[in-house]
Design a protein around this ligand. Sequence first.
Ligand SMILES: O=C(O)C(=O)C[C@H](O)[C@@H](O)CO
Length: 254
Amino acid sequence: MDMPKNAFKAAIAAGELQVGIWNTIPDPSVVELLAGAGFDWILIDSEHTPVTTPAMMPLMQAASGYPVSTIARPGWNDMVEIKRLLDQGAQTLLIPYVQSVEEAEQAVRFVRYPPKGVRGVGGTTRASRYGAVKDYIQNAEKEICLLLQVESVEGMAQAEEIAAVDGVDGVFIGPGDLAVSMGYPGQPTHPEVKAAILDGIKRIKAAGKAPGILTLDPAFQDEARDAGAIFVAVALDASVLRAGAIAARERFQG
Ligand SMILES: O=C(O)C(=O)C[C@H](O)[C@@H](O)CO
């Protein structure tokens, strides 16, 4: 069989807005439910959830029958975690807490086979559909989409340089961590944080790469899109569930 095409990578390269949802409830049924909800992408998170890297595969498999792209977030910019996710069939990765060009270049090496990188060669893994994709090693890089997350004052200062690194497809700004780093803990929509994010989105776009963001604030979602954000997560499963449960109870109780 042919190498599975990465629709998300093609879409962001073409500048097509991609609307996403964050998955933090690590259950295949939840991922499958979200996969059928009409989003362009689902972020499956192992940075801030109880999921360990080996447990990510059934979550990605749950979405595989639906017209949605999955993005896997490892816990760290770590060679071992990244190669395991790639072998499990992840084609798009979001790497947290990248602060420098050196760290960005390191992430690129982690997703590429030698001589360009340091990715180890797996045997018969889901990445190659257990061997059905005959030219997997030769062509893997073409369909791998690497997204880096900048979420500190230091990382934001170098956002253009990080974005410009060859092999980086997009740069995601993490509002929660950036707010803490800027001295506004728990205030990801503080005016100064928002201004820094909108400026960052413009700088990433000017560097020729796709900017991305997660915000649950509808007005800020619109502002981020209008500033040039290409992949925008507008919901997070646990927040949706909690809000829905509370709303149902409150309506009935009055
Ligand atoms: O800094 C951020 O914001 C993010 O990185 C996103 C969060 O990790 C996500 O878990 C939402 O709370």
